[in-house]
Ligand binder design. Sequence first.
Ligand code: NAD
Ligand code: MG
Length: 397
Amino acid sequence: TANGTPRRVSILGSTGSIGKNTLDLIGRSPERYQVVALTANGNAEALAAQAKATRAEIAVVADEAAYGRLKEALAGSGIEAAAGPQAVCEAAARDADWVMAAIVGAAGLAPTLAAVERGATIALANKECLVCAGDLFMAEIRRAGATFLPVDSEHNAIFQVFDFEKKERIERIILTASGGPFRDWTREAMAKATPEQAVAHPNWSMGAKISVDSASMFNKGLEFIEAYHIFGIAPERIEILVHPQSVIHSMVGYVDGSVLAQLGSPDMRTPIAYCLAWPDRMVAPVPHLDFPKLGHMDFRAPDPDRFPAIRIVRETLRRGGVAPTAMNAANEVAVAGFLGRQIGFLDIPAVVEATINDVMAGPLGNQAVDHLDAVMAVDGEARRIAAGHALAHAAAA
Ligand code: NAD
Ligand code: MG
């Protein structure tokens, strides 16, 4: 901070792609930060190494089976060790000023909300929080007086050019999409796609789940719902544009025809640095854009036939209620099934759609998703139903 006191920061999901990029930035000026809590799922050794390197106060694994390894790796360091989903929430609720929410999936909702309740500054990478519980999440941010900063590169870009004081003069948001590794593939080729091909993203290096989401374009769908909640813009004013170079990270169009964009290299350390330094700016060790070398930028509309995710997500937001929660959970199950080679790539949207329909027609179909328990009940029900649909696809293959 400006007065020289180190900023107290916690990172939920520190062993992941976003977590490591955040620690890379923090490690370049360690005197400016005091690391409070670091959390991971089961990679105790990597977590312990991070905790020792940053002199964190506590390290927590969500998976209780990893507790012994964590304790052993931290022995004699003076760093506290804990395990279990509840311990992750307690660590998230410690007195950090700034919390990076970078757990993947709905598993990040409870810990992130625990940090929100404390009124901390929340740098949110975990987009699934907003997809499965957007109304609840944004209401809690307001109620707790927490500061919300979007890490997702598109939303970070929009945040940088979005005039909150003249919101009624904003005509549209243009979410850019790289199109993912299957941008130019036929459906026949996609039907046979392997996990290795799906996670080989042309522009970004990311965790496995978001990489598959990127290939199916569910990632852009999740981001569409994320943008709707963060910026409070009507869904019909949110456009999706394929831009293969991933240089324009997104744009905001105003009523006078002006379109404002944020550009940068496809490196998550730029949006993370923006959130770490906000409202100031800090140096980030990213390649600076070389426009003559870039030469040109391309744009095209997304292809709804090859990427049904875009349509499914628009319909899901229109249906509202439990639909987005069910969609997110079903997608998590389907992606895991694809990564585990149980189902094919094109089974992902099929499992998701069938699950949304079943959940909406089932006993929880009219459930209000306005508190955490209700969200997790719908999430659990959708996971059970999606697992059944995935099994049916696996058997048919
Ligand atoms: P990742 O898989 O690399 O890391 C996920 C982290 O969450 C790890 O630390 C893992 O240990 C932890 N985790 C996993 N399951 C958990 C559980 N059940 N309980 C507690 N912790 C658990 O993922 P990532 O690529 O870093 O993405 C993290 C989030 O950020 C995702 O929601 C993703 O959509 C979003 N995001 C990522 C990028 C990117 O460039 N990687 C960009 C934008 C948004
Ligand atoms: Mg993104």
